[in-house]
Design a protein around this ligand. Structure first.
Ligand SMILES: C[S@@+](CC[C@H](N)C(=O)[O-])C[C@H]1O[C@@H](n2cnc3c(N)ncnc32)[C@H](O)[C@@H]1O
Length: 150
């Protein structure tokens, strides 16, 4: 699906500095993802990699970030070059990509709202489902594992 994030990429990256994103958005996403230390995480619609970096700093063993916007992935890759964390980034469409059952956790912040039809929504949900390793129990997050900076 075409999005205008190639034009908005730098502006979106700056928006991550706004306080509510840290205190509400990041807090909520980290709570929902649960304890990720030692786990592999797929970040679908990773944008410029903000949450990929957050989860890596929370101790995830492997992070793959994927986004349909080439500009977003360019920014993510530049951040990885400036501060190497071992995150893999790639351009792709979450409604059609195949990873196999490789990940303990899949996050997809603000992805599903981009589906233009029930079929596309189902395709995105299928990608999430088939990317997960079977049988991972829920692990609740330890409060102290959240990075303290925005
Ligand atoms: C609001 S941004 C969120 C970025 C990131 N998840 C975050 O929370 O910082 C939405 C992202 O979804 C991406 N996107 C939209 N449709 C997509 C699709 N079909 N596959 C992968 N990425 C998609 C856009 O390019 C954009 O980077």
């Amino acid at each position: 699906m075409p999005t205008n994030y190639n034009e908005l990429a730098e502006q979106y990256k700056r928006s991550k500095q706004v306080a509510w994103r840290y205190y509400i958005e990041q807090y909520s996403l980290c709570e929902l993802a649960g304890e990720v230390s030692g786990l592999s995480v797929l970040d679908l619609a990773c944008g410029e990699g903000h949450y990929a970096r957050v989860f890596k700093k929370m101790g995830a063993s492997r992070i793959v970030g994927m986004d349909i916007s080439t500009r977003m992935i360019e920014l993510a890759t530049a951040a990885e070059k400036a501060e190497p964390l071992g995150i893999e980034y790639l351009v792709g469409d979450a409604s059609s990509v195949h990873f196999g059952q490789s990940f303990d956790v899949v996050v997809a912040a603000y992805l599903l709202n981009y589906a233009r039809s029930k079929q596309e929504l189902a395709a995105m949900a299928t990608t999430i489902h088939r990317s997960l390793k079977p049988g991972r129990p829920v692990r609740y997050r330890k409060q102290q594992s959240r990075p303290e900076t925005i």
